[in-house]
Design a protein around this ligand. Structure first.
Ligand SMILES: [Zn+2]
Ligand SMILES: [Zn+2]
Length: 383
């Protein structure tokens, strides 16, 4: 299981950092998490074929996380792809996919299925205040449009709604106090109860892994993803042979939990399987303020990939723009007992990133700041 960081910049790409995208090479496929502009070029540099990508998970619909999708889709069509592509994302992802299909001259040779995680359908609900604000914003914009208002007025409306939506509800002091309480004062039981109101939704499950998402706290709907490996218990070969099972397909059946016949007797999987084993767990935050729902969502993860746009000196700016500092990402990692923290989504102001690395390492030792094309092997913690 390998993570390849294809793009690690925030907002604008630089000479050294591309827009956000992470590839996960595992289970015989390549999954993409976010797909900023230029992702297919980064994949070529990392020697990863887009044709092996069947699933793209988008955290939110800001351009730096999605503008690589149209290009990659057109390249897939150009290469004559036939198998379907699944794109997961928050509210708006279906419309985004429809728009891609109409973009420029190209022939679609395959199906794209959009899987929308929509608060309004109750699949992955936002807090009610957030939901209302978003609805209001849509409606007001539509009304402004009907009145034929000019661009300046539209911008003013957008800004007003933007301010109401994100900064009017909770001021920074209250937000910090609440988060500190969650991080430092509350017991696990208290925390679990309180966090039940944040919906976690399983968006995908197969025999190898599950993918779950959870709403984060950005300036637009943003969802984090958690990929959990399913692991069978250890197969005790000697025991199976002692039960009369011959090496071959029957071994595989027992490993998958299916009983097999040996003469007149049935050998049950539990007779030849050891204790349960924990699979690897990867969590990716997308863009977000440090938020309390992440504490439960990322618990005991093998790797937490958390955005870290700013350092602590710019904490107010981080809050205003819906982002995290390296220190806050590290506090979350510490509280959730993850094994490794990877910082990404680095502001262009940091040509030299030592300040971010040091800030995180002072709080959580096993942290690393991602560089473009950095590869990370995700190890199992037991055999
Ligand atoms: Zn971003
Ligand atoms: Zn964003």
């Amino acid at each position: 299981m390998e993570l390849i960081f294809l793009g690690t910049s925030s907002a604008i790409p630089t000479n050294y950092r591309n827009h956000s995208a992470i590839a996960l090479k595992a289970f015989g496929e390549i999954m993409l998490f976010d797909c900023g502009e230029g992702t297919q070029r980064q994949m070529a540099r990392a020697r990863l074929s887009p044709m092996k990508v069947d699933k793209i998970f988008i955290t939110h619909l800001h351009g730096d996380h999605i503008l690589g999708v149209p290009g990659i889709v057109q390249s897939m069509a150009f290469r004559g792809r036939l198998k379907p592509l699944h794109i997961f994302g928050p509210k708006g992802i279906s419309q985004f996919v429809e728009n891609i299909k109409k973009l420029g001259y190209f022939s679609m040779s395959f199906q794209i299925h959009a899987h929308e995680v929509d608060g309004r359908t109750g699949i992955c609900a936002h807090g009610p205040a957030h939901e209302q604000d978003l609805d209001g914003s849509d409606q007001r914009l539509e009304e402004e449009g009907k009145k034929g208002s000019n661009e300046k007025e539209l911008k003013r409306t957008l800004n007003e709604n933007f301010n109401k939506q994100d900064f009017g509800r909770v001021n920074k002091e209250d937000f910090d106090r609440e988060l500190n309480e969650e991080l430092n004062e509350k017991s696990d039981e208290e925390l679990n109860d309180e966090l039940k109101r944040f919906h976690e939704v399983k968006v995908l499950e197969n025999e190898n892994y599950t993918v779950t998402c959870c709403n984060m706290n950005h300036t637009v709907p943003d969802i984090a993803y958690r990929i959990e490996e399913k692991r069978n218990p250890k197969f005790l070969k000697e025991k199976a042979i002692a039960c009369g099972v011959k090496p071959g397909p029957d071994f595989g059946k027992l490993q998958r939990g299916i009983p097999v016949k040996v003469g007149s007797r049935t050998v049950k999987p539990e007779e030849v399987l050891g204790a349960k084993r924990v699979g690897r767990k990867i969590v990716y935050s997308g863009d977000t303020r440090p938020c309390k729902q992440m504490i439960r969502f990322a618990e005991n993860a093998s790797v937490l990939i958390h955005e870290s746009t700013f350092d602590s000196k710019n904490e107010s700016k981080a809050y205003q723009t819906g982002h995290s500092t390296a220190a806050k990402a590290a506090e979350i990692a510490e509280r959730t007992h993850v094994k490794k923290l990877v910082l990404t989504h680095i502001s262009t102001r940091y040509k030299e990133t030592t300040v971010l690395e040091k800030e995180a390492a002072d709080i959580f030792e096993d942290s690393v700041l991602a560089e473009d094309l950095m590869s990370l092997e995700v190890e199992r913690s037991d055999r």
